[in-house]
Design a protein around this ligand. Structure first.
Ligand SMILES: NC(=O)C1=CN([C@@H]2O[C@H](COP(=O)(O)OP(=O)(O)OC[C@H]3O[C@@H](n4cnc5c(N)ncnc54)[C@H](OP(=O)(O)O)[C@@H]3O)[C@@H](O)[C@H]2O)[C@H](O)CC1
Ligand SMILES: [K+]
Length: 517
């Protein structure tokens, strides 16, 4: 499990060590970690550090200090290092060490217009302007320089242009929300200290951070419960509802699905097939007879039922996909939402939410649907605002509705009503295709019906976060299945579902054979 904290949590963990006079030692550990990561990057790209050109953008605070010490280390390894001071103040000892190591220093405010071009030609560009002490976005000369660099360095680089390495976080990324305060120089790699920052694992910050590498600087004993968690493939075996010898279909768990409508069949078919592929004791289906007929052909494992939610005993319900303008499906969704059973509420069901919900109800909106969910709670936001700060709005929606909220996106974020966050970044952009969300809903429904609370407890997930963890697990498996189905090219929602069994099989195998490694 990958854990992340807010900037303030990291700073508070650092406080007792600073009070003990260990500040310089922490900075040395951070700088060494940063320099080592850059050395590895240079070796991969050029085969050697000697003779490479390294440009360090250094702000006035300790973030600039870390970057300057790392620059000094690289200069001693034979790199030609240049520091660009973006403020009239700087970290005195670090700059002195940088100069002693042979580094060249320029002031951003005094440099001519050619500076950005020169920096863009370096082998490595280190962004050490702002760290956790930032307030808002870049200002003054730093803002001008980064805006000019943004124009010159296109991302993704496909291996051309400098290796951009962010020191602790890309300057302009809000450590606590992932919001971007432009201009932000998108990094290939972010080397973060003491613990990952929340804003590096949630969009849009995650998109600006590139790969995130955490350097242990000894804050561990002082860190509180993380503000955000990310499940990784290694977490799956402990959480997966692997059937036991004495299990039968009812003890494994039954998922009821009330999805689809006369005019929309596909969503129900995709969700039901994905649920079957995920491994569930049984899938019951309630909905139009034409869809039952198609399910008989495409997923004969699914049992078509009739009557009410209460009359079709299930461990969990999935309601909403493709359920448009269908009063019977709407009635079933309302019943399921009031049943007290775990419910995955997607698409059409998001417009039918009662005033009182609990964490066992998992809402699965995309950004546009979250806008509607929030409007139902009296909060007026637009899609752009949600996309600019998805973690913040997912948490707000969870808090207001009382439900668990899985907000779909490049990095999918899950918020529990208790305020805990998960984020999963396992998907590929090829998965942005119609029906992909229905497949996710089917996977999640199956897991909501089958994951055992005692396994979640044993994995250290507190009861109020159980359903958020189940949603994160579904997002992880959906992302890995989509990545496997796409295999670097186009894919379809049905193909994502088909890929689930093989992905789960591999996840349950020995560690070195797991996908996503
Ligand atoms: N947390 C740890 O365990 C460790 C952290 N390290 C590193 O330290 C930084 C945090 O350092 P800090 O000095 O507190 O803050 P910053 O380096 O982020 O910079 C704050 C200064 O920057 C100026 N500032 C603030 N906002 C802006 C802005 N929007 N635009 C331009 N400049 C801004 C401000 O200075 P002024 O002179 O302008 O007032 C701030 O004082 C952390 O991120 C780590 O990299 C340790 O080295 C290791 C342990
Ligand atoms: K930075």
């Amino acid at each position: 499990m990958i854990k992340a904290w807010t900037g303030n949590q990291i700073r508070s963990a650092e406080a007792p060590l600073l009070a003990n006079g260990q500040g310089p030692e922490l900075m040395q550990r951070a700088a060494h970690g940063l320099a080592n990561a850059i050395v590895r990057g240079l070796l991969r790209r050029r085969g050697q550090v000697y003779g490479s050109t390294v440009a360090v953008l250094a702000g006035s605070g300790n973030n600039g200090g870390d970057a300057l010490y790392a620059g000094a280390f690289l200069a001693r390894r034979g790199a030609q290092a240049t520091a660009v001071l973006t403020s009239a103040r700087w970290h005195t000892e670090a700059l002195a060490a940088f100069r002693r190591a042979g580094g060249t220093v320029v002031q951003a405010g005094q440099a001519g217009p050619a500076l950005a071009g020169e920096l863009a030609a370096a082998d490595v560009l280190v962004d050490g302007i702002l760290g956790t002490g930032a307030s808002g976005g870049l200002r003054g000369a730093a803002a001008g320089l980064v805006a000019a660099l943004q124009e010159r360095i296109s991302r993704p680089t496909n291996g051309t242009g400098p290796l951009v390495v962010a020191c602790d976080l890309p300057s302009g990324v809000d450590a606590d929300t992932g919001q971007l305060h432009q201009p932000v120089l998108r990094a290939d790699l972010t080397v973060t200290f003491g613990g990952a920052k929340l804003g590096l694992l949630t969009d849009p910050g995650a998109g600006a951070a590139g790969r995130v590498w955490t350097v242990d600087i000894g804050l561990g004993p002082h860190l509180p419960e993380p503000a955000l968690r990310r499940l990784d493939p290694g977490d799956v075996p402990a959480l997966w509802p692997v059937p036991g010898r004495s299990d039968h279909k009812y003890t494994r768990g039954v998922l009821g699905i009330a999805a689809g409508s006369a005019s929309y069949h596909g969503a129900a078919l995709l969700a039901a097939r994905a649920a079957v592929a995920t491994g569930v004791g049984m899938v019951r289906y309630l909905g139009p007879g034409e869809i039952c007929g198609q399910l008989n052909l495409l997923a004969p494992e699914v049992v078509c039922g009739s009557g009410t939610i209460a009359e079709n005993r299930s461990q969990a319900w999935l309601v909403g996909p493709g359920a448009v303008a269908d009063p019977e499906q709407a009635q079933r969704a309302r019943e399921a939402l009031a049943s007290g059973l775990p419910v995955v509420a997607d698409a059409g069901a998001l417009d039918l939410l009662p005033a009182e919900l609990g964490p066992h109800v998992i809402l699965t909106p995309h950004a546009g649907e979250l806008v509607r969910v929030l409007a139902g709670q009296g909060v007026s936001v637009d899609r752009e605002q949600v996309e600019a700060s998805p973690a913040e709005f997912a948490r707000l929606a969870a808090g207001l509705t009382g439900a668990t909220v899985l907000l779909k996106g490049a990095a999918t974020v899950v918020a529990s009503p208790a305020g805990t966050l998960f984020s999963q970044d396992n998907a590929t952009a090829w998965m942005a295709t119609a029906g992909s969300g229905d497949t996710l809903a089917g996977i999640l429904g199956a897991l909501a019906a089958t994951v055992r609370p005692q396994d979640l407890d044993r994995a250290g997930i507190a009861a109020p976060d159980h359903f958020a963890a189940v949603a994160a697990l579904a997002a992880l498996v959906h992302g890995l299945a989509g990545t496997a189905a796409a295999a670097g090219g186009p894919t379809s929602a049905a193909a994502i579902g088909h890929a689930v069994p093989a992905v789960v099989r591999a996840l349950l195998r020995e560690p070195e054979q797991r996908p996503g490694r």
